[in-house]
Design a protein around this ligand. Sequence first.
Ligand code: GTP
Ligand code: K
Ligand code: MG
Length: 367
Amino acid sequence: MTTAQKIAEVELEMERTQKNKATSYHLGQLKAKLAKLKRELIEGGKGKSGPVGEGFDVSKSGDARVGMIGFPSVGKSTLLTKLTGTESKIAAYEFTTLTCIPGNVFYKGSKIQLLDLPGIIEGAKDGKGRGKQVIAVARTCNLICIVLDATKPMKHKKIIEGELEGFGIRLNKQPPKVDFKIKPKGGINITHMVENPDLDDEMIKTILKEYRINSVDIVFREKINEDQLIDIIEGNRKYIPCLYVMNKIDDLTMEELDIIDQIPHYVPISAHLEWNLDELIERMWEYLDLYRVYTKPKGKAPDYEKPVILPRKKSTVEDFCMRIHRTMINDMKYALVWGTSVKHNPQVCGKDHQLNDEDIVQIIKKI
Ligand SMILES: Nc1nc2c(ncn2[C@@H]2O[C@H](COP(=O)(O)OP(=O)(O)OP(=O)(O)O)[C@@H](O)[C@H]2O)c(=O)[nH]1
Ligand SMILES: [K+]
Ligand SMILES: [Mg+2]
């Protein structure tokens, strides 16, 4: 039996199993089985543990990477062309784009790499078309834009999400706050720091058994479910923010538009007529969660033209130095910081100081 056939078999058994308290552990075990089989499929056979799938040969550049994922002919290439000025072939037929086309969006002093990608269809993650390659690129993005055609059925959204989920991508979610440490011996130790009604110890042990994990320390710092536990054990999940870009709104009525406008993470646009593209870029910036930090050479005004761009989660003085030059941190005596991250302007700060958006930094070197 091929891996794909095994997957189909497990999925069928899950469908047929009635959901109740008595069958829940069996279902949990099946979920774990499914996750293992999917990993096998993605990695292309047993035993291989290399990178997850091969992407296209486009290197990362700029301050962040945004990927456009969607069905064929939803308008991805039209959008790339309008937002970046980089031409990517546009046509009314499906699968016009066959490779990855990068362009740049310049915004608030940052340079954001935007990727146009081939359209994907259902079953992409199982190796249909170029879908596997496309989703492999999605895993490398700082933001995913799922591009949808407003005139097409809403179920397309679910299909694309399912493809990305199946490839280990988690959209608009945070990694669960759980410590998970496998040990050579010592048995299973479970500590609940919070109540965990969706995941009892029997379920945890059933899933661990499926993975043949006999010794492990687990500390739950938040409430999670069995799917999230499997994510933790698998360990290769990517947590990526996602915007749903609803294109071709020029073909909608005002009433239809009003509904879309209220859905979270949605941006309605018309790429072709360039409607609402400023809003889209603003939302991309917001979802990328980037800080601008200005450098200030000694005795000179800060450089407001070329900020150092840092992800909010990696924005200490050390991160700032590393972004400028690898060895800079070794030569630093201390940093002078102006802005909202400090009480005094300027304030003397060490390498671990957490910066804020639009802070100004001057590095004072050792002599
Ligand atoms: N009405 C309308 N049509 C659009 C819009 N944007 C793109 N189109 C049309 O949709 C068709 C497909 O556009 P593409 O940009 O090639 O779509 P794609 O998603 O790159 O397609 P593939 O590369 O084949 O996956 C073309 O005929 C475009 O002119 C829009 O905002 N409104
Ligand atoms: K097309
Ligand atoms: Mg295209």
